[in-house]
Ligand binder design. Structure first.
Ligand SMILES: *Cc1c(COP(=O)(O)O)cnc(C)c1O
Length: 474
């Protein structure tokens, strides 16, 4: 073998789970490609039994491709793990800010999960999907928790009318709810109280402090005052407590500590005569974006939080609360890939080779916003060895519009289909029309069938909200 052999010569197939038995057990958040990913006889990537190149021909480019089996598997693993490890009742609610659209809401709901929404728009989307499934208002209300550190009056009235649980973030909101409750004649508004836990997570480390600089939630030092106030308000039906410590977390210790801290708060509430039945421990389990990412499985994470809460309840001699978790990224992130078409190429000798695709920061703002890293394969060259290192650039008028630095790729041609992995969370939901690019379509794939779930925007869509005052025309 020649010494000029490239150092990295893996192929796109290396990202597949080749052992089909192992796939059944695998936690989606530990996998780079969706669980159904395979390579077909034409050496092309298939997801959900659909050839990616064919999908792009049919639905256009760029294209979000969502694998139904992976999303459903993640939902089930959360539910089943809570049933296995937690001895009280539990509920898993999807943090729909990760990606909220009618089809995803309906899949997640059919797996028995509820919803965390953070705006009137997410609330509206969730209600519309559940109504379409034939749910009654009472059923819908039971499954929705409404978050946010600055909900408007309009949003609060919307939530009160539906009857969903409002996760109260601050004093103004508490007082506003009491007023709105009296105005609307609502007898008891179901609420949870959000607290700042003093546990802060950066991806690979965390800190515990008494005070925390966060815009979300009540300071735990005010707990006595909050409990006193709430216990005097007949309009408020305080059901429990909430805390969320961060996102893309790989350690288990922070959530273990959180369980203990939150049960101590429950004990404190009891001393105020408040019997709180719900404990919402937030979301935050990380997913694998690159090979070196090593998150715990869904099952391991659920085991940790369950055992922590059960142990603390035993110590404090409290009955087990209904334990709620609200994952977003780990449910939908690994289920989706984005397919782009490769276009221009720029080689700067001794420096860098750029390969440009037909999307970028408008359909995936995470790299430019958080310096997030991603992995990619060429869907129509899956077994070809990776022989070059290139930088994948978007098509936006920003030098920083880079999707992946130093990607290992086989030799590519314009027209090849580049697939970026693990793009289900915080991609479509954060997408913009920057440079007036119409937002891409999304398709749901399952056993060889592909269904449009978000239509591609058109140039007309871009003008839909524009108004041209008459006086500008004369
Ligand atoms: C974002 C968020 C979540 C979900 O976080 P993931 O990291 O996507 O699991 C859950 N709860 C709250 C309050 C959040 O802000």
């Amino acid at each position: 073998m020649l010494s000029t052999e490239p150092r990295t010569s893996h192929s796109g197939q290396d990202y597949l789970d080749t052992n089909p038995l192992e796939q059944v057990q695998r936690s989606p958040n530990q996998s780079l490609l969706p669980l159904t990913a395979t390579v077909n006889k034409q050496d092309r990537l298939e997801i959900g039994g659909c050839d990616l190149q064919t999908l792009v021909k049919q639905f256009g480019s760029p294209l979000y491709v969502l694998d139904e089996a992976t999303l459903r598997t993640a939902c089930r693993q959360y539910r089943e793990a809570f049933n296995t490890y937690y001895q009280g009742t539990s509920q898993v609610i999807y943090a729909s800010k990760a990606w909220s659209c009618l089809a995803i809401v309906s899949i997640v709901a059919s797996e028995g999960l509820g919803f965390d929404v953070v705006s009137g728009g997410e609330l509206h989307t969730t209600i519309k999907a559940l109504e379409a499934m034939g749910w009654s208002t009472e059923q819908i209300a039971q499954q929705i928790y409404f978050h946010g550190n600055n909900k408007s009056h309009q949003e609060l009235i919307f939530a009160i009318e539906i009857g969903c649980t409002i996760i109260v973030d601050n004093w103004l909101e508490l007082e506003t709810l009491v007023k709105l409750g009296n105005q609307t004649g609502t007898l008891s508004i179901p609420i949870l109280l959000r607290l700042t836990p003093g546990i802060e997570c950066h991806t690979h480390e965390y800190i515990r402090t008494g005070h925390l600089d966060s815009k979300f939630g009540f300071d735990p030092n005010q707990l006595d005052a909050v409990f006193t106030y709430v216990s005097q308000q007949p309009t408020l039906d305080c059901r429990g407590l909430h805390a969320h410590i961060g996102s893309q977390i790989f350690e288990r210790q922070p959530h273990q500590d959180l369980g203990l801290v939150m049960v101590e708060w429950l004990k404190k509430a009891q001393n105020h005569g408040l019997v709180l039945q719900e404990l919402n421990i937030g979301g935050g389990l990380g997913i694998r974006y690159v090979e070196s990412d090593d998150p715990p499985s869904i099952e391991q994470w659920v085991k940790t939080v369950s055992e922590s809460v059960m142990k603390a309840c035993e110590i404090h001699q409290l009955p087990l609360p209904k334990l709620i978790a609200e994952p977003g990224r780990s449910l939908v992130g690994p289920a989706c890939v984005t397919a782009y078409t490769i276009g221009s190429r720029k080689e700067i000798p001794q420096l860098r080779t750029y390969i440009a695709v037909d999307g970028g920061m408008s359909d995936n703002p995470r790299p430019i916003t958080y310096q997030s890293r991603y992995r990619t394969v060429v869907a129509n060259r899956m077994s070809e060895p990776c022989t070059e290192t290139v930088t994948i650039a978007g098509k936006h008028c920003e030098s920083g519009d880079i999707l992946i630095k130093d990607a290992q790729l086989p030799q590519t041609q314009p027209g090849d289909i580049l697939v970026v992995m693990a793009t289900g969370a915080y991609n479509h939901s954060m997408a913009s029309n920057y440079n007036r690019l119409p937002r891409p379509a999304a398709v749901l794939v399952q056993e060889g069938e592909a269904n449009l779930i978000v239509q591609r925007e058109t140039y007309e869509d871009l003008l839909r909200q524009d108004r041209l005052p008459q006086r500008l025309l004369s």
